[in-house]
Design a protein around this ligand. Structure first.
Ligand code: URA
Length: 252
């Protein structure tokens, strides 16, 4: 199914990217636009419907969640309201990883439910993903750092085994790391985000693509176009993976 100009405009508008539409015709790139508007998109249809749940796997998910909610491995358990485990179907191809819960996530027990979460949902929707049907969302840290400070290395070390187990259970085909902190911690690097974008990395055996954190994009809307390029790149990597041709690791 391909999206008409209306659907494309709706996706890009949801991301906060201006689209210029000539009345009664196609949209020419605005003369002053620094970056041409993205080409019309085929409607994203990146993931098949989830398969029926396996009772053993569901029990393991449940046990892991309980463990996270009771976790006292680092000092963050003393200041958090609750652990924030993850959200999404237990059988899906996409795993999105952020940094750590913020205040709203700590209150509600679900990742990315504040302002940044609304933008993340719009970004994911633009490539056909929805936390209720075909993408799982979690964080590197399951507990909120006070004042939203950056995670400490010992907190990441204590919490990463939970993410490893989530990855083992989910077996995603592709991961998307949002933001520098998630990307650097997942990849064990200090390379800046700008140098990590546009390439296929690995988290264990799982291909991983990097983009900006939605909270950063709310502060720096001019970079939303670059995030859109990242999302299209991630989608094309996924499509290559499911179609069986190897992704060469770089943006075409
Ligand atoms: N920022 C994150 O990295 N994760 C959340 O869950 C919310 C905000």
């Amino acid at each position: 199914m391909s999206a008409g100009p209306d659907a494309r405009a709706e996706y890009l508008a949801a991301l906060g990217i201006d689209v210029w539409v000539r009345r009664g015709g196609a949209a020419p790139p605005p003369a002053a636009a620094p970056v041409p508007a993205p080409a019309p998109e085929a409607h994203p249809d990146p993931a098949p419907s989830p398969a029926p749940a396996d009772a053993g796997a569901e029990a393991r998910w449940h046990a892991l969640r309980e463990e996270v909610l009771k976790c006292t491995r680092c000092a963050l358990h003393k200041t958090r309201i609750q652990g924030v485990f993850g959200v999404g179907p237990h059988q899906c191809d996409w795993l999105v990883i952020g940094e750590a819960p913020g205040a709203e996530e700590d209150r509600r027990g679900e990742p990315f439910v504040g302002a940044a979460g609304q933008l993340l949902d719009a970004m994911l929707k633009a490539i056909g993903l929805d936390r209720h049907s075909n993408v799982y969302i979690a964080n590197v840290l399951k507990s909120r750092p006070p004042g939203n400070r950056d995670p400490k290395p010992e907190e990441v070390a204590a919490c990463l085994p939970y993410l490893n187990r989530q990855v083992e259970l989910l077996q995603p085909k592709i991961m998307l790391a949002v933001g520098r902190i998630a990307a650097q911690n997942l990849l064990g690097t200090e390379e800046p985000l700008g140098r990590l974008r546009g390439r296929v990395h690995r988290f264990g055996a799982t291909p991983l693509v990097v983009t900006y954190h939605p909270a950063y994009l709310l502060r720096t809307p001019a970079d939303k176009r670059k995030a859109w390029e990242d999302l299209k790149f991630a989608r094309s990597v996924y499509q290559q993976l499911v179609q069986g041709s190897p992704a060469d690791g770089h943006r075409a």
